[in-house]
Design a protein. Sequence first.
Length: 249
Amino acid sequence: MTNDVTSATPSASAGADPPGEDGPPRPSWLRRAALRVRDAAAGAWVITLLLLADLVTVLGAGAIWLTLGGDAAVVGVTAAALLAFAAAVLPLIGRRGPDGQPPLWPPFVLVVIPLAVLAVGLPAWGTWAFLDSRPVDVTNRVKLATAPPLVNGDTVHASLHTDDPKPRLTITFDVAPHDPAAPVCVPGTELTVTSTAGAGRDQVQTGAPGTEFAFALGRGVTDVELSVLLDAEQGCEVDLSVASAHLDD
């Protein structure tokens, strides 16, 4: 009798790793990028923090400019350029020269370029913000739909168009006697000014000639319309004009 012996051939066990999947899983690209930045910034945290401060300052100024009506494309290109600059230069900090010492030019570039951007950008932005915050004189742009002389109960339509809108209008009207020989008409005259268009419509203010009437217009209003009701002495004839008008914040 012959005993057949069957030899078991080693085969892949259930617990074996499948081909091509040896080792731990590869971290995500975001984690790999974070690790590279950490390794590059090791020993150079002062410069790294300076770069971050520069980025926050410049990008913050860009965000403020965008909020104030700046071009979104310019803000986006500037932000992308700064972030690309940071991503390109930051890894160079960790490199070493032939003598084992870190080269000087990466930290130098890392400090000088953002500071140059700040040195040029911040004064320019400050100058623009100062000029933009100043009142805009629109006295000569206010048009009065009137046919003098005016008498008690007449209403005059005043209109203004501007390409530099601001949320507040301050306007002063002047009243002069139509007949210079009758100056007694002016002291008893009173004006009722009403805003008739825009977000600030139906605001009503009353005062004597020379009073500053202030109206809240809202943001982005380019066309302003007012009505001026004249309350004068009976029998008086007067002329109405705009003494001053300013748009401001």
